[in-house]
Write a protein that binds this ligand. Structure first.
Ligand code: SF4
Length: 231
């Protein structure tokens, strides 16, 4: 756990926590994950995260960001003229103004996704926005941070994602899916951590177990160089 990211955010927001977001980047790309993979999507990446996953590919967002008025965020997003918008991070739900941004985007006719680490209560996400809920595996190093209460807070249209770094992670996730019957309530995504688990291996494991989950490749890492930012 990093040193107090909430305090870091509040210092950056300096009394403007309900009207501003600390934003790392806003960009148009192709959605790489979830059942929305392949769709043009505007990403709003917020700064700061309360976790430190072993495979994190957005560590640059831990500290880099500037406080932006919600109106400015909204106008930059709408100027990109794209129906699908994802709020991601960092951890977007650390930001007190994130739910209000979702409401304004929904009111502007956008489809809204919120990608969250699963360590923060997702009930703040307004009705109509869809959560992509990460469940942290042992291989992430952040399993203890999971708020398992979030699994009961999922709504129709939400999705659950496991990023897997090994066969042991796969078995842990498989057992959780079966015990909680997650596939009966939501879409379950199994994602191989890039270059740590081969997609062909994960495909075989899923099929050998007849597991009712979706193989989730990070499409953007196949389209662009894997470490390229802003895609
Ligand atoms: S939750 Fe996401 S942004 Fe935070 S450390 Fe993990 S992978 Fe990185």
């Amino acid at each position: 756990m990093p040193e107090n990211p909430r305090l870091q955010l509040l210092q950056m927001l300096d009394g403007r926590a309900h009207s501003h977001l600390v934003v790392n980047e806003i960009f148009l790309s192709i959605q790489g994950e979830s059942t929305h993979a392949g769709r043009p999507c505007v990403f709003v990446r917020t700064a700061a995260c309360n976790l430190r996953c072993s495979y994190c590919d957005t560590a640059y967002a831990f500290h880099e960001g500037r406080a932006m008025d919600l109106n400015e965020v909204l106008s930059q997003v709408l100027a990109l003229e794209t129906r699908l918008v994802e709020l991601t991070g960092g951890e977007p739900l650390l930001q007190p103004a994130a739910p209000e941004l979702c409401r304004r985007l929904l009111a502007a006719g956008r489809e809204v996704l919120v990608e969250t680490s699963g360590s923060v209560d997702i009930s703040v996400v307004p009705q109509g926005a869809h959560v992509i809920l990460d469940v942290k595996t042992p291989g992430s190093g952040e399993e203890a941070a999971n708020d398992y209460g979030n699994l009961a807070r999922l709504r129709p249209g939400d999705e659950v994602k496991f990023v897997l770094v090994s066969r042991a992670d796969y078995e842990w996730a498989r057992d959780l899916v079966r015990q909680r019957e997650l596939h009966r309530h939501t879409t379950v995504l199994f994602s191989p951590a890039f270059r740590l688990v081969a997609p062909v291996d994960l495909a075989r494991w899923i099929n050998d177990d007849r597991l009712p989950v979706r193989l989730n490749l990070q499409l953007h890492k196949y389209i662009w160089p894997p470490h390229q930012r802003g895609v």
